[in-house]
Design a protein around this ligand. Sequence first.
Ligand SMILES: Cc1cc2nc3c(=O)[nH]c(=O)nc-3n(C[C@H](O)[C@H](O)[C@H](O)COP(=O)(O)O)c2cc1C
Length: 328
Amino acid sequence: MLTTRFTEALGIEHPIVQGGMMWVGRAELAAAVSEAGGLGMITALTQPTPADLVKEIARARTLTDKPFGVNLTILPSINPPPYDEYRRAIVDSGVTIVETAGSNPEPHMELFREHGVRVIHKCTSVRHALKAEAVGVTAVSIDGFECAGHPGEDDVPGLILIPAAADQLTIPFIASGGFADGRGLAAALALGADGINMGSRFMCTVESPIAEAVKQRIVAASELDTNLIFRTLRNTARVAKNAISDEVVQILNAGGQFEDVRPLVAGARGRKVFEEGDLDAGIWTVGQVQGLIHDIPPAGEVVRRIVAQAEEILRRRLTLFGNPAPVG
Ligand SMILES: Cc1cc2nc3c(=O)[nH]c(=O)nc-3n(C[C@H](O)[C@H](O)[C@H](O)COP(=O)(O)O)c2cc1C
């Protein structure tokens, strides 16, 4: 049993979280991760309205009795979704764990605190993690530069970010970005984290509600097959390398502005990739860790496998230190 401060604070069995994923984090996946003893996360904004989110939460409850969370990603946008109503739907549904991401969690803390919701804030720097700690979150999740989605602009990989966070944070924290197996979990624990958060690995599972062709592409792809888009706009996103993301990089590197790439990066096109399996229909998110993903198992098996492998590594190392093994 890999019990950590994080598993204790969140009331879960294994220190493995499935982070929020737009178009992927639906009830089946979240419930499968939680049912296996990890922490699954429904992605609020994947639901078209707050009322749909309420239904999705109810659906997850028919699939598992174990705790699961809801991701609420708050990004600056021209036409923002009704964030307050989504937040209200979460607390009214009795959800007790929320992953916040995208901006400072402070404006949400009062309501969440009132309803006994524990907040895991996901961020990409030690300074933002410290800020989240100061406003009272239960735990933080820190994404290294390897991660899928938004790695921030500091470009600090997990190997440095995780121990740097461990040196400064008091609350439990989990390492995110680049994790897919038990070697990663054992390494994260060794670096001072209390668990791991994964996106890409869970995207490539049986319960993940995306087209089979996308999962097969992840299995076939290597760690080299991602692009960083929007670098010049200081809004970097790590996405799958394809014809569209190549074009976006090219236009922006040549001095283009957001308006020049807007039609290419439309959310509706990315959604089409996941729904129809047309890999070049638009921009879709995945991390460098796809180079370590070689199959499409049930999500519960991913959790069990990672725990078993990490335990085996940690046990072997401890045995080695206790009883020096012959070399060679
Ligand atoms: C398809 C996809 C969609 C994502 N959407 C979101 C999102 O809406 N909100 C969020 O906070 N993180 C999002 N993420 C980031 C993940 O929650 C997680 O932090 C990240 O995938 C970790 O890196 P990894 O893919 O190397 O495990 C997304 C990741 C993927 C792969």
